[in-house]
Design a protein around this ligand. Structure first.
Ligand code: F6P
Length: 362
């Protein structure tokens, strides 16, 4: 059993429902063991900038249900390749010694990092420098390997499913094709789960390059059954067979520069042109990331927070807490950092069995 007197906690990368629930859980697990807790503000940037403050119990009171993160976050700062303004531009410097010195000056001996794949990579580098770090898998995209669920995913799916219910009634009334573009980066988890829950007719995922002919054939087949409307869920990372993803913007200074988006509108125009049916696209965007976590995510986040502190005390530095077969386990970060976690082909079986179109058969 390793005993720590001071533990730091930070949230890195894009925000996600359930971050506050993890912070609360980590903090209370520590307080109950007599460990002092330090919140690092604005992700890894706060480590370098020395933006670190001690937390007390009232800081984590009333935050379980709140979206976002009370600590702030950013998906830009990497202490090992830190952007420093210089001559109207930036130079990049390894600021990890500064980050470690800032922790040491407060006696902080270990860190809980709540983040996605970018944060995992940074957490791994700190572990290699001798700082005990345990990570908690965060992202609405559910695209972190080694775990069956990231917290935040269930909330994003609930949001997208509700949007589909709303689109369903208007699609039916106007005999239109309604498309919903959802997030997920290069993984189709949100699209698959919300599409299944929301009764979509077509679900397009990055894992299955689509053929427009297959989508149109499904819409015609429904028309032939006198179903005059169709619901299409399209993941932002979906792309046509032999084609490319649609890029919405490039974010300079971000580790992951490419932001996806726009494929839904492109498809709506194509479908309207090919079928003559009025088609509309709704882009759900950051609505999926904001707001209160579902009960499932609050509980998962709380389990993860407790497990992260347990792991630190058990000397399991360099690991990520994970959900496997409904049990919380730890997996070595170095085995999973930078790996993708995509929807496997067998996850499509249920949809195919009930006649859903994934865009790959014409
Ligand atoms: O990883 C979470 C996520 O919301 C992705 O689904 C999406 O592609 C991306 O972040 C959007 O990032 P940003 O908020 O920086 O535009």
């Amino acid at each position: 059993m390793t005993q720590f007197k001071n533990v730091g906690v930070l949230t890195g990368g894009g925000d996600c429902p359930g971050l506050n629930a993890v912070i609360r859980s980590v903090a209370r697990s520590c307080f109950n063991r007599g460990i002092r807790v330090w919140g690092v503000r604005n992700g890894f940037g706060g480590l370098v900038e020395n933006d670190i403050g001690e937390m007390v119990d009232r800081d984590v009171s009333g935050i379980l249900h709140r979206g976002g993160t009370i600590l702030g976050t950013t998906n830009r700062d990497n202490p090992f390749n830190y952007a420093i303004p210089h001559d109207g531009g930036y130079i990049y410097k390894d600021m990890s010694p500064q980050a470690l010195a800032n922790l040491k000056s407060r006696g902080i001996e270990a860190l809980v990092v709540i983040g996605g794949d970018g944060s995992l990579r940074i957490a791994n580098e700190f572990t290699q420098l001798g700082l005990p770090v345990v990570a908690v898998p965060k992202t609405i995209d559910n695209d972190i390997p080694g775990t069956e669920r990231t917290f935040g995913f269930d909330t994003a799916v609930a949001c997208a499913s509700e949007a589909l219910d709303r689109l369903h009634t208007t699609a039916e009334s106007h005999h239109r094709v309604m498309l919903l573009e959802v997030m997920g980066r290069y993984a189709g988890w949100i699209a698959l789960h919300s599409g299944m829950a929301g009764g979509a007719d077509v679900i397009l995922l990055p894992e299955v390059p689509y053929k427009i002919e297959a989508v149109v054939a499904k819409i015609y087949a429904r028309k032939a059954q006198n179903k005059l409307f169709s619901l299409v869920v399209v993941a932002e990372g979906a792309f046509p067979l032999g084609g490319e993803v649609t890029v919405a913007r490039i974010v300079e200074g971000s580790a992951e520069k490419i932001r996806l988006g726009g494929v839904g509108e492109k498809l709506a125009r194509q479908i309207e042109e090919l079928t003559g049916l009025e088609s509309r696209c709704t882009v759900l965007g950051h609505l999926q990331r904001g707001g209160s976590p579902t009960a499932y995510d609050r509980i998962l986040a709380t389990r993860y927070g407790v497990a992260a502190v347990d792991a630190l005390l058990a000397g399991k530095a360099g690991t990520m807490v994970a959900l496997q077969k409904n049990r919380i386990v730890t997996v070595p970060i170095k085995e999973i950092a930078g790996q993708p976690s995509n929807v496997p082909p067998d996850a499509l079986h249920m949809g195919r069995a009930i006649g859903l179109c994934f865009g790959d058969e014409a």
